[in-house]
Ligand binder design. Structure first.
Ligand code: ADP
Length: 218
């Protein structure tokens, strides 16, 4: 099974696809967004600064995120793994190359999730997350609605909205994505590591496309 790096605009569905792959194939999952949200919970000076930047839709400095990410990657003793949110700019891409060289990781594929931006807006503003088990829902799409309004199907805890999932922050996040993250598409294409997945279709078809990529021996 291939290691996976997701590149996608905010709320394109990386989290949902990752959850499926973790359950079915036992992938280890690293989300830099989750790492940062845990730092925010600590209520430290660093947490306050990270919270402010996330709520503004800005990226967190490489000096903060890279060591935290490395620590998580080194904890993973067995592959395969999924990276969600790393790399997010070219510098992080080069950092990851060095880290992979050091750790002898070469069996990976970068999955670029392609999706129209007006759909993203609905995905962001409709996204709800379980306050306890972190399962993700969306109130605007039947496929992803909770069975009972604002309650998690899995564990019965209340659903909440992420602090950065509002329209204003979303606009900055999309801007940052275009400016900082999109150059990585060319970067990985030139390395022959990139595959595009169309995400404007039903979830089952997206999953099928992703499964083909990770099971492919090329
Ligand atoms: P999404 O992909 O839906 O925007 P994430 O949970 O991946 O959500 O990220 C939320 C926020 O966390 C980002 O807007 C950014 O502020 C911060 N973040 C996540 N990953 C990185 C990273 N690799 N480098 C810098 N900031 C990051």
């Amino acid at each position: 099974m291939k290691n996976v790096i997701f590149i996608a605009p905010p709320a394109a569905g990386k989290g949902t696809i990752s959850e499926y792959l973790v359950n079915k194939y036992n992938y280890k999952y690293i989300s830099t967004g989750d790492i940062l949200r845990n730092i925010v919970k600590e209520n430290s000076k660093l947490g306050t600064e990270v919270k402010r930047r996330m709520e503004e839709g800005e990226l967190i400095g490489d000096d903060i995120i890279l060591p935290l990410f490395k620590e998580e990657l080194l904890k993973i003793k067995e592959e395969p793994f999924i990276l969600d949110g790393m790399p997010r700019n070219l510098e992080q891409g080069k950092y990851l190359d060095d880290l992979f060289n050091e750790l002898n990781v070469n069996n990976y594929r970068v999955i670029n999730i392609v999706i129209e931006s007006d759909l993203l807006e609905k995905r962001v503003t409709g996204r709800r997350i379980c306050s306890s088990c972190k399962k993700t829902y969306n109130i605007f799409f039947d496929e992803f609605k909770p069975l009972t309004e604002n309650i998690c199907n899995h564990c019965g805890s209340p659903l909440i909205s992420r602090g950065d999932d509002n329209l204003e922050t979303f606009k900055t996040r999309i801007e940052k994505y275009k400016l900082e993250t999109e150059p990585l598409i060319k970067y990985y294409k030139e390395k022959n590591k990139l595959t595009n997945v169309e995400a404007t279709k039903p979830q089952t078809e997206i999953i099928r496309d992703v499964e083909k990529i990770i099971e492919d021996n090329q």
